[in-house]
Design a protein around this ligand. Structure first.
Ligand code: HEM
Length: 443
């Protein structure tokens, strides 16, 4: 009798699991397909229709990937190359499921965050008085997001209500006791859960301007340091950004004023380097730390050059009203994009003919002559293969800011798979190479 009941229980559990898995796969795919309906890029965010305090609409769909599956999971293929290239906000509505994306580099990023925190401390993670509530709300929001979105990667061990949660990160095997009184700053817990960099932006009540109140940014890339930006307002932070005053300032201010918790957005910018370092890329390395930089660059096979995409999101937290800006570097080698129509042509066009101040800001002049023959070879290859013709107009991809295969090459447990015949999903993992890359004194 008991054996019969156990059997029925097992069969029942199996059927429920199949149903849940199917439903999850289906709803993820449906929402994904909806997002990219008709092959168009996601529509630009509409003006907010809900007021603060209204019911939140940011529904999270669980993604049932296991720690084992994460090892081969590729993130969305970003290709944020625009031509003509104008400096614009270029923000898109964010499907909240993609707020904190997962991929096979997760453990590498979390380990790097730890190393950078231990070695550089407040150079990369810092906070100012008055940011406490926002940082706490950020920690709670990230915790709930991870638990809901990745139920097999984060386990809730104990929920003490207002006193906080104890969570196990199944990827790093670390138990995070986030009950009060907290033993560490909330930004440090956040850095042990998500691979993104986080900026906490608050509105200064006296001046009405927005400023960087706190930040956990181990991966700035090299063009700036958090210690030079913390506490400053958005305009001061962007002083070195090309065409900021003319093209960005007004629209950003307006956006920050209007943005509500239900209006998360994402965007991406990019640059090129010949390494995978997260803190300071070679292209931004200072000669005093690496006097042989140019020679090293010239002796690097252009195949090993990468586009570093800075994938960013913006959302407002409802309780503290803080704006959370995230940044997440993703590397794509020039080689892995070689069969994507127009990508090599777009990159070549931008690094040689883009707006002069952007060329300078991204240091394109340093390496562009070195990779030009390689890019020319890739363009010829595309012509020979019929992927493009001499008459194909050189302009932003219809699937901007993603690769043309973003809608087709997706699997719920494997993520995205580059369709290139050379791409071997299991071998395509630069973690070990990244670990060996020479680290200069300032990284
Ligand atoms: C819609 C909002 C925003 C837009 C359109 C924007 C745009 C940009 C652009 C175009 C750059 C130059 C980087 C590149 O093109 O590669 C930049 C740099 C930067 N942004 Fe923003 N940004 C936004 C919000 C923020 C926020 C909220 C923060 C955080 C406080 C922030 C912090 C920075 C920093 C630290 C840099 C590097 C500046 C430097 O090189 O000195 N941004 N941003």
């Amino acid at each position: 009798m008991i054996e019969g009941a156990s059997f029925l229980f097992l069969v029942g559990s199996f059927l429920i699991s199949v149903y849940l898995y199917y439903n999850n796969t289906r709803s993820n795919l449906l929402s994904y397909i909806k997002q990219f309906q008709g092959g168009k890029a996601p529509s630009k965010t509409a003006k907010p229709t809900k007021k603060y305090g209204q019911e939140r609409e940011l529904k999270i769909t669980p993604l049932y990937i296991t720690p084992e599956q994460v090892k081969n999971y590729d993130d969305r293929p970003w290709r944020p190359f625009r031509w003509p290239y104008h400096q614009t906000m270029s923000i898109f509505k964010l499907d909240i499921n993609h707020w904190l994306d997962m991929d096979k580099y997760y453990n590498h990023y979390i380990e790097e965050k730890r190393r950078i925190w231990l070695k550089y401390g407040k150079e990369n993670i810092d906070w100012t008085p008055g940011s406490e509530d926002a940082c706490l709300e950020l920690m709670e929001t990230v915790t709930d997001h991870m638990l809901e979105r990745y139920p097999l990667l984060f386990t809730l061990l104990e929920d003490k209500g207002a006193k906080g949660k104890i969570v196990r990160n199944e990827l790093t095997k670390e138990t995070l006791n986030m009950t009060h009184p907290l033993k560490q700053h909330p930004l440090l817990y956040v850095s042990k859960m998500a691979k993104e960099d986080f900026y906490v932006v608050l509105k200064d009540k006296e001046t009405g301007t927005h400023y960087m109140a706190a930040a956990a940014v181990p991966f700035p890339g090299g063009s700036f340091g958090i210690n030079s930006k913390i506490g400053k307002n958005i305009d001061a932070i962007h002083t070195d950004v090309p065409y900021y005053k003319e093209k960005l300032q007004k629209s950003m201010e307006r956006w920050f004023e209007r943005m509500e918790p239900n209006d998360p957005v994402e965007r991406a910018s990019w640059y090129i380097s010949w390494d995978h370092k997260l803190k300071v890329n070679n292209v931004y390395q200072l000669p005093k730390f690496n006097p042989n930089l140019e020679e090293q660059m010239k002796s690097t096979d252009p195949k090993e050059f990468n586009v570093r995409v800075e994938r960013q999101t913006l959302r407002r937290l409802p309780r503290s009203r803080a704006i959370i800006f995230t940044n997440h570097p993703v590397f794509y080698s020039l080689d892995e994009m070689k069969d994507e129509p127009l990508v090599p042509s777009l990159i070549k066009k931008i690094i040689f003919e883009g707006p002069p101040d952007i060329i300078k800001y991204k240091n394109f002049e340093l390496f562009r002559d070195h990779i030009e023959p390689y890019l020319d070879g890739l363009i010829k290859r595309q012509l020979d293969k019929g992927l493009i013709t001499e008459d194909t107009p050189l302009k932003t991809l219809p699937t901007y800011p993603f690769a043309h295969w973003v809608k087709t090459n997706f699997d719920n447990t494997m993520g995205w798979t580059n369709p290139s015949s050379d791409y071997d999903k299991e071998k395509a993992n630069y973690t070990e190479i990244a670990k060996k890359e020479i680290i200069a004194d300032n990284e």
